[in-house]
Design a protein around this ligand. Structure first.
Ligand code: SF4
Length: 113
């Protein structure tokens, strides 16, 4: 099966606690050499971090998605910060008027630019 670095990244991102490289190639259904190449590409591009780990005396690595600073453009609508930051309400995202207002502002600010 052909897997891309993006496929590997999705698997790694879906495991916030990290995924063992010795498990990743099984999940992706590729051989360990192909998995190593995918991991190297992700490491070189800074998308993941790798920490050495021993399982049953055998060296492997824990792979985790890199934490990156949030792009301001993703949390701002014009000059309005997304309301979810600091929100302490019980979240019903489908019905949230504050979020809807913010999305409306986002749509307007996109048109203004
Ligand atoms: S969607 Fe609404 S209720 Fe949920 S965190 Fe954001 S602002 Fe708060």
């Amino acid at each position: 099966m052909t897997q891309t670095p993006e496929d590997a990244l999705k698997v790694i991102q879906s495991h916030p606690e990290g995924v063992l490289q010795s498990e990743l190639w099984k999940i992706l259904d590729v051989d360990s050499r192909k998995c190593s190449r995918l991991v190297k590409k992700l490491l070189d591009s800074g998308m993941i971090d790798r920490v050495e780990f021993r399982k049953d005396g055998i060296k492997t690595f824990v792979l985790k998605a890199s934490r990156r600073p949030v792009e301001p453009v993703l949390i701002l609508a014009g000059e309005e910060l997304i309301p979810c930051i600091g929100c302490d309400q019980e979240c019903h995202i489908e019905e949230c008027a504050k979020l809807l207002d913010w999305m409306y502002q986002l749509a307007i600010s996109d048109v203004d630019q």
